[in-house]
Design a protein around this ligand. Sequence first.
Ligand SMILES: Cc1cc2nc3c(=O)[nH]c(=O)nc-3n(C[C@H](O)[C@H](O)[C@H](O)COP(=O)(O)OP(=O)(O)OC[C@H]3O[C@@H](n4cnc5c(N)ncnc54)[C@H](O)[C@@H]3O)c2cc1C
Length: 517
Amino acid sequence: MFDSNVRMSRRTALKGAAAGGVGLVASGALGESMSIGAAEPPEGLTMSNDEWFAQRAWSVSANKVLPKADGTSPAVTSLAKRIHRPRSAEEIAAIVKSLPAMTPIANVCGGHEASGIALVADHDAEVLDLIELKSIDFEKEGDETLVTVGSGVVFRELVEAVKDRGGALPVGTGPGVGVVGYAVNGGLSSYFSRRLGLLGQRAVKMTVVTADGEIRVLTPEDELFTAMLGAGSALGIVVDMTFRMADESAIKGAEQLVFGFQTRAQAVEFSRRAMQFMKEKVIPNDSVSLEIVVTGTKALVATTVFYDTFKGSTAEFVKPLQDLAASLELPTLAQGHWGSWYEAAAALWPVIAEQKGSPLATSYHCAGTVGIPEDAVLDFVGDVMVGEAPLDEAAMSIVEIRTLGGEAQKGRRLPSGNCHHAFFVDLVTLYDASTKSPAERQAIVDLTNRVVDKARAVPGLGVDFSGTHSQPDDIDRSAVAAEIFGSPEMARTIEAQKKRVDPNNRFRFNPFAKFIG
Ligand SMILES: Cc1cc2nc3c(=O)[nH]c(=O)nc-3n(C[C@H](O)[C@H](O)[C@H](O)COP(=O)(O)OP(=O)(O)OC[C@H]3O[C@@H](n4cnc5c(N)ncnc54)[C@H](O)[C@@H]3O)c2cc1C
């Protein structure tokens, strides 16, 4: 499988692009053979769909490797008619204009969305693989530093560039996740968003190609601008986005504690009591965030991030978690201290690099509360989300219990449930499909669905309220628009925007495809 996390310097990327693509030949000389409004669409890449999919897909949906009626599970690949790798806004606009107005268009940035809907697309679709748009440019505006990111940039590249400028941003954990693919679906950072807001809340400008091939520069005054920051993958093609960078000093550092467990009952008990600590000491205190991860490999990882507003001793703050593990006789497997935004931002890259499969099958689901969670919710999270998640059946799976709120809740409202929640849990189901029989794959999906269905029955718990943390291809159990966009009003605004800017539903390969279009 292609490693989209492979680090590529900006210079190398630009040189590669200038030479005709990074190891690729884009057939059809876009610049020359196409003028805007040309009748013939460009030819697209010469590589096969299978080869391209293997290069660009980080995983495949757990729903797409299930057995068919005859018991087999066909390989997942891209169904697209053609795949293009445009290198500028003008090339994107030219491709869009050259196609019939009804032709569906799928945009691919980092290739990490869990259902793979844009990568798989359909037989009529033209895919725009935006990997060539690798620019990262900094500029000063008064006291602020702005960074403009091309829509092929992934988090590893952005984090390295921002580090060199002494900055910080609320980035996602996956090094290969597309920055724009994350921002247009309301992406959140469980380590940094309590202090720095959502990345979309830091956006000040973006260049977009519309469904009719017009290039527009949007600013917060434009109605479409806000809509793009939670539902953008259904509304237009982002070419680049500009964000307000924070100073690295906003993040003081982090303490990570890793404990082992043997039985699920131990994991449930640890998480239950650690969530009480989270409820009493962390959620009311905007100067810290806490993430508790329960892994299928039998580890409990507690990561506390401290912000510049934190006063006191970080070691003292996390001591109750150490005492808790000691009281349950759980061994300490590792202890880490990160002294900067960069160390925290890059901390999970080696762990994620180990998540491999042939293919890697995945699904994402989340549940959470807008306010401080009631004890009944915490009991449910412990007993069911930790207690019944398919961690034994799919050993790469994790349950992540996280704080949000803070600046994400105080900041500008985006059409994403992510900016409303103070506490949430991610159930990330992950396994190597080559090691599971079709029946075992079905059992893993069934177990995941059972947990999600039980969560839906818990009063006060929002379920699948995020474009980046829910599984859009779940059959008959997908999220509802009002939850995923944060409110019924936001959902109505998005639906109205969709009708206005993409009446033919060209951009139909997105996490909201089920309910807008
Ligand atoms: C290892 C890993 C870690 C993750 N960590 C986090 C995290 O910390 N926080 C979080 O919120 N999420 C996280 N996610 C989820 C991830 O942010 C979302 O799935 C995101 O949408 C992936 O974006 P992408 O560009 O990589 O994927 P893609 O599949 O390329 O794109 C996702 C969607 O966005 C659309 N899109 C992409 N580029 C554009 C564009 N330029 N214009 C318009 N639409 C576009 C695509 O059409 C598709 O619908 C993680 C996922 C993984 C696998």
